[in-house]
Design a binder for this molecule. Structure first.
Ligand code: SF4
Length: 311
């Protein structure tokens, strides 16, 4: 599972099981109902645009969608790209390694993949064009962070591999891979029936219909709305109920990977609040009127220097 154990996941689900019970009217498959259908046709927002409510007045939406001012690319933005790509590509690499190598002990998996680390990380940095956006010093920091994260992930894979092989008779490589890497990385979902992007990318989607979103910045209360957006979209697209989600906060401090997992029940309240945020964002675009700034702009808002040129 890489960022949490099966044991933790089972404990969370047990804790929340009795409080689950999402109303059918708030399941994404009812996207054509008055409650869920978007207020404007042919307008598709990303889940993060809706959920990341840094700006109380939704001026970020006005700037991006009406004035067509893309959000500036900051070091934090690039860091998010790098950590996400290292995480998803490493899981894919582990899968393909296991399919090619068959049953191998964990230490061999780790050693073989560690040898490929430098090439792997160079490829990620090149494909994201990291050097274009950051200073030399920032590049070095991201490179070192990537090495730490990569080693952490392949070590987790090696450990799960040995745990599975030591406890049970595994009939096929397929079933080993499903146990060592049980998530679908970057699942693409069509959120358009709900006025969301046609190609939403969910960071991870577990086989028991749990959505996971990885965050690389600080904790924010509104991050939970991302999970509601993805749950509704999965239900609309795949007709599968999604009751739970996890926000995984990923930080790297020196040689250590720090992980915080916040588990959520995606209940009626969270769903209703997400739909309200979506409708409000659509209203801002429809009216095309500058909503103005809130009393105080958070310094971490990506548009801070755009809206506050004098600081
Ligand atoms: S800087 Fe202020 S007004 Fe501009 S988008 Fe951010 S929070 Fe909104």
């Amino acid at each position: 599972m890489f960022f949490f154990s099966r044991f933790e996941l089972d404990r969370w689900i047990r804790m929340y099981r009795d409080s689950s019970g999402v109303s059918d009217e708030l399941r994404g498959w009812n996207w054509s109902s008055d409650l869920l259908s978007p207020i404007i046709d042919n307008l598709y927002l990303s889940v993060s645009e809706v959920a990341n409510r840094y700006c109380e007045t939704y001026r970020d939406i006005y700037l991006k969608r009406v004035l067509k001012k893309p959000a500036p690319v900051s070091f934090k933005t690039v860091r998010g790209w790098v950590y996400h790509r290292i995480s998803s590509d490493t899981l894919t690499l582990v899968k393909s390694y296991l399919y090619n190598s068959g049953f191998v002990p964990g230490y061999k998996l780790y050693n073989d993949l560690a040898r490929r680390g430098r090439r792997f990380i160079n490829r990620v940095m090149r494909s994201l064009n990291v050097s274009k956006y950051v200073s030399d010093e920032e590049f070095k920091k991201l490179y070192n962070d990537s090495k730490t994260l990569y080693k952490y992930l392949i070590l987790q894979a090696a450990s799960y591999n040995d745990q599975v092989l030591s406890r049970e008779a595994v009939a096929s490589i397929d079933s080993l891979v499903n146990k060592v890497v049980p998530s679908v990385v970057e699942r693409v979902i069509d959120g358009s029936p709900l006025g969301l992007s046609k190609q939403l990318r969910i960071d991870m989607f577990l086989d028991n219909n749990i959505v996971i979103d990885i965050k690389t910045g600080d904790y924010r209360d509104f991050h939970k709305y991302t999970l509601a957006g993805y749950a509704l979209a999965v239900e609309a697209d795949l007709n599968k109920p999604v009751d739970y989600g996890i926000i995984t906060y990923l930080h790297i401090q020196g040689d250590f990977v720090k992980v915080r997992n916040d588990f959520y029940l995606i209940d009626d309240t969270l769903r209703r609040e997400f739909i309200e945020l979506r409708d409000h964002a659509m209203d801002i675009i429809h009216l095309s009127r500058d909503p103005g700034r809130p009393t105080r702009c958070p310094s971490y808002c990506i548009y801070y220097n755009v809206c506050n040129p004098l600081g």
